[in-house]
Design a protein around this ligand. Structure first.
Ligand code: UGA
Length: 452
């Protein structure tokens, strides 16, 4: 049985700690936030993540996971210390590494035996070397240690299954023996393990997130073109996805990416490139396309209902994606602000994120169910594709609305069905520009597709 300390009990840290304990290791989860640790000791999760509470509870009962705010206690008898603290974006897009530096320093001051320090947070290329520097310069007396980079690839909402069934484990270190020991920890997960140097491992994480963000911006650009040319981006994505070189994933056009990872990581990679005098053209375009998604959906509502002054627009969903209450860089925040700036009222409903969202969304009226939320609305926008929205009583909603306009920012409904119910329906990139009547698409007849 190995002993592991995980520093940071946010999404990444707590999931990592709980999953390693479930694999049979002894884990101490450490955070300097006393409130969070006290809550965890009482069985209260600081975040919403499906399955996490049960997983933590099971391993607390089995005596495999404990919580502390003390580095001395956390590091006592520990073989591995994971750093899984936040790395938010600074003003220019550079990652803010203050929490990483503080934890490296505290680890240095409190370690009593040789230790493998593992960076799990997404950190700029070169941070592993910098952490090693901080540790050696803050140790009261030299104790051997190694730094390994082991970037996380967990998606919020499915973080536990992503941990337990990873596509791969990436490890980077200048100490092959340390990397080998960390690889052993991951063997029960039965995934390919890539062992490389520190900087390459750090880069793999940024390149992976930037590539996924690129796929999203790519399909959103195609969606824009589909709208103009009368094609359906959902079917375009299906047709493309069968090509194994392209793959079917991350080709959902809509309101673009939000959350705590893609926006920050694409920006940070572009920053690292620019700082070295490179012009990150593609990354800049990815961000520019993504930035336009939020105003775009507001423009679409205005095309359908006209001037927003005095009107009411309802938001179905607030969190940046389903199965989380995370509101970091959630499109809903910007969309609500823009609608309010045009003089309209905003109603909102989300199955889990309303408590977290309320303080971030001044003047937005929250409702406890989607039906009362939709009452008297002039338009609805699907912002988050929660499963429960796919099974709503849409006839009931249609009757309650002042005017049944629905802009489906995540393409969850069938345009023909929506038109039959009586909605003026608009999806994203679905190429009929609102001209969907009696279940029939009305395409503009193009005399010659080449325009000749
Ligand atoms: C993402 C990555 O998927 C994880 O592999 C990575 O570990 C994590 O960032 C991280 O760096 O910590 P996450 O931000 O939780 O995970 O969420 P995703 O499911 O990747 O979705 C990100 C955003 O892209 C969401 O706003 C989602 O709505 C949007 N998205 C996703 C689309 O607009 N279209 C798609 O086809 C897929």
């Amino acid at each position: 049985m190995k002993q592991i300390c995980v520093v940071g009990v946010g999404y990444v840290g707590l999931v990592t700690a709980a999953c390693f304990s479930d694999l049979g290791n002894r884990v101490i989860a450490l955070d300097i936030n006393e409130e969070r640790i006290a809550g965890l000791k009482r069985g209260e999760m600081p975040i919403y993540e499906p399955g996490l509470e049960e997983l933590v509870e099971r391993n607390v009962r089995a005596g495999r996971i404990k919580f502390t705010t003390s580095y001395a206690e956390g590091l006592e008898g520990t073989d591995f210390a994971f750093i899984a603290v936040g790395t938010p974006s600074g003003v220019d897009g550079e990652a803010d590494l203050r929490a990483v530096a503080a934890s490296a320093k505290s680890i240095a001051e409190n370690m009593r035996d040789s230790l493998i320090i593992i960076n799990k947070s997404t950190v700029p290329v070169g941070t592993g070397d910098w952490v090693a520097e901080i540790v050696s310069s803050n140790q009261p007396e030299p104790i051997p240690f190694s730094v390994v980079s082991c970037p996380e690839f967990l998606r919020e909402g499915s973080a536990i299954s992503d941990f337990m069934q990873p596509h791969r484990t990436v490890l980077g270190s200048l100490d092959p023996e340390a990397a080998e020991k960390v690889a052993q920890l991951h063997l029960p997960l039965r995934a390919p393990i890539v062992i490389t140097d520190l900087r390459t491992a750090e880069m793999i994480k940024y390149a992976s997130n930037a590539f996924l963000a690129t796929k999203i911006s790519f399909i959103n650009e195609i969606a824009n073109i589909c709208e103009e040319l009368g094609a359906d981006v959902k079917e375009v994505a299906v047709g493309m996805g069968y090509d194994k070189r392209i793959g079917p994933f991350f080709l959902d056009a809509g309101l673009g990416y939000g959350g705590s990872c893609f926006p920050k990581d694409v920006k940070a990679l572009a920053y690292m490139a620019a700082e070295k005098g490179r012009h990150p053209q593609l990354l800049n375009a990815v961000m520019e396309i993504n930035d336009d998604r939020r105003p775009m959906v507001v423009r679409q509502v205005m095309e359908l209902v006209g001037d927003l002054k005095g009107k009411t627009v309802g938001l179905l969903g607030l969190s940046f994606k389903p199965n989380t209450d995370d509101m970091r860089d959630a499109p809903a925040i910007d969309i609500a602000k823009m609608i309010q700036a045009y003089g309209a009222k905003v109603h909102a409903y989300d199955p889990v994120a309303m408590e977290v969202a309320a303080p971030l969304m001044d003047g937005v009226e929250m409702f406890s169910d989607p039906y009362s939320m939709a009452a008297d609305c002039d338009a609805l926008i699907v912002v988050t594709e929660w499963n429960e929205f796919k099974n709503l009583d849409l006839e009931r909603i249609c009757e309650k609305m002042r005017s049944p306009v629905l802009v489906d920012g995540r393409n969850i409904y069938d345009p023909a069905v929506m038109a039959k119910i009586g909605y003026t329906y608009r999806g994203i990139g679905r190429g009929y520009n609102g001209s969907y009547h009696n279940g029939e698409v009305e395409h503009e007849v193009i005399a010659s597709p080449t325009g000749v």
